[in-house]
Ligand binder design. Structure first.
Ligand code: HEM
Length: 321
């Protein structure tokens, strides 16, 4: 029998993440926690445990391997849930291959002028203000507008998408009706867009995903819906948080700011380092133990959830860190 979780992994902890991680790591390498959505899970905090967990096939991202306690928060309807983050190989490999046929590096590179236009327009919108709120004015609308452009969705729905996504991201167990309604509206919208692109194909990612084939294989309708949902959902909040975190690093670290301005540190490296040191979301996608596992000699029963830390800033074996 597992004892109740004793660490609530919530916003209070994230106010001083590195101090808190250090303290927790000093106490034990593995902690039984409660995640922000209320679910109990095991948190592994040492670099080698995290690295091993992320490649351990006994740990599954498929919720079917969760014990009854393992999955809380708002569950997506099955047709939005059939996406990469919930699939293990070989399903995952198959979906990735189909997505890669349409979501190519070339298609991403081709977006550069459109991204620059969107950034310019958003910055023009705050150019005459003494002060602006970065997240609302730039970080949040930017990824949504870019994803709309990339997928070929009508630009004006990016605000709706932000509202639906924010409802889902802030979903708590007390407001299931609001999440269900946001999910249903988003699903209807995406279904409509898929029908529109089927009737009128364009030169966009949505049309590309509709046409994507791997030999005789192609996406089912539910897989396609879930893929588009994941791209919008995953592409939005993480990117907005990253823009905020990079800007915060530049504004609070004068040495870094000066080095970037002088050209001795390039911005790409700053982005990579912020992703490692202060990631957009502090936990990896939850994994479920298919069979008992013992990271750092901690016994974890099958069915338990495992949100391995995505980064371990103070224990990285990389001597340059
Ligand atoms: C820029 C900041 C971003 C961060 C910090 C971020 C972070 C992550 C993380 C931590 C995972 C899960 C890894 C795992 O535990 O398995 C993930 C997966 C994924 N992300 Fe992102 N992401 C970002 C941007 C984006 C964007 C812009 C898109 C879409 C255009 C996107 C699409 C995806 C997809 C499709 C997956 C699933 C990949 C797979 O399972 O094969 N992400 N991301």
């Amino acid at each position: 029998m597992t004892s109740p979780p004793h660490v609530a992994f919530g916003h209070h902890l994230l106010r001083d993440p590195h101090g808190q991680y250090n303290a927790l790591r000093g106490q034990a390498p593995v902690h039984h926690i409660r995640t922000p959505d209320g679910a109990p899970a095991w948190l592994v905090m040492r670099y080698h445990d995290v690295q091993a967990a992320l490649t351990d096939l006994r740990l599954s991202v498929d919720k079917r391997f969760s014990d009854t306690d393992g999955e809380h928060g708002s569950s997506l309807p099955p047709e939005l849930d059939a996406h990469l983050l919930n699939r293990d190989p070989p399903d995952h490999t198959r979906l990735r291959r189909l997505a890669a046929a349409a979501f190519t590096p070339r298609r991403v590179a081709d977006q550069a002028p459109a991204v620059a236009t969107i950034v310019d327009a958003l910055l023009d919108g705050i150019a005459d203000q003494d002060q602006a709120e970065l997240i609302g004015a730039l970080a949040s609308p930017l990824p949504l507008q870019v994803m709309h452009e990339l997928l070929g969705l009508p630009t004006q729905t990016s605000v709706d998408f932000r509202n639906w996504t924010n409802t889902l991201l802030s979903a708590d167990a007390n407001q299931p009706a609001q999440s269900r309604s946001a999910m249903a509206t988003m699903r209807r919208f995406l279904m409509g867009q898929l029908a529109r692109k089927r009737a009128q194909p364009g030169d966009d990612l949505l049309t590309g995903l509709l046409a994507a084939r791997d030999d005789d294989d192609r996406f089912t309708d539910d897989e396609l819906l879930a893929m588009v949902f994941l791209l919008m959902f995953a592409g939005y909040d993480n990117t907005a948080a990253l823009i905020g975190n990079v800007t915060h690093a530049l504004l609070t670290d004068a040495g870094l700011h000066d080095a970037v301005r002088a050209g001795s540190v390039d911005l790409d490296s700053v982005v990579d380092e912020v992703l490692r040191w202060n990631p957009s979301f502090p936990l990896a996608v939850r994994r479920f133990a298919r069979e008992p596992v013992t990271p750092s000699r901690q016994a974890i029963a099958s069915g338990s959830a495992w949100p391995a830390r995505t980064a371990t800033p103070h224990s990285s074996p990389n001597p340059t860190n």
